[in-house]
Design a protein around this ligand. Structure first.
Ligand SMILES: [Fe+2]
Ligand SMILES: [Fe+2]
Length: 152
């Protein structure tokens, strides 16, 4: 799988989770949000390390990487605020809506203009190799999280 397909796979899982949270009971919303937060953390870090860093190297794609970092930061900030609230509070649902809109916008751009630009400048072999690196990077991050949890 190339990096575009790998990103898409994660994005589908992210959308699945946000849909479940939207339609879920307040009791399950917190737990699902925790799951989404872990997935996003690993996804964004691997994406920045493998995809954005490469886009930063190329004059024509650098802007997209910089835009991506900004959107990740914004999404993380709103997610952090959400996690401090309870779904029982009035501000939770509107804040979740904003968060979800941020994610949807970001995913659309990432799979759209970011990836289209990447495809223009990277050949299929490299995109394929980046897909593999992305997977390895994610597995490394997950393994590190587990060992940190065991040590605690
Ligand atoms: Fe992504
Ligand atoms: Fe992203």
């Amino acid at each position: 799988m190339n990096i575009g397909e790998k990103l898409h796979q994660d994005h589908e899982r992210i959308k699945e989770l946000t849909d479940q949270i939207k339609s879920g009971q307040k009791r399950s919303q917190e737990k699902l949000l925790g799951e989404l937060s872990k997935l996003l953390d690993v996804h964004m870090k691997a994406e920045e390390r493998i995809f954005y860093e490469r886009l930063m190297d190329i004059h024509a794609t650098k802007f997209y990487a910089l835009e991506g970092y900004e959107e990740h930061n914004l999404a993380k900030r709103v997610l952090g605020e959400l996690q401090k609230l309870s779904p029982r509070e009035d501000t939770w649902a509107p804040k979740f809506k904003v968060f979800n809109e941020l994610l949807e916008h970001h995913i659309k751009e990432e799979e759209g203009e970011f990836y289209e630009a990447a495809k223009e400048h990277l050949d299929e072999d490299e995109l394929e190799e980046m897909g593999e690196q992305f997977e390895n990077e994610k597995n490394r991050k997950i393994a590190r999280k587990i060992s940190r949890r065991k040590a605690a």
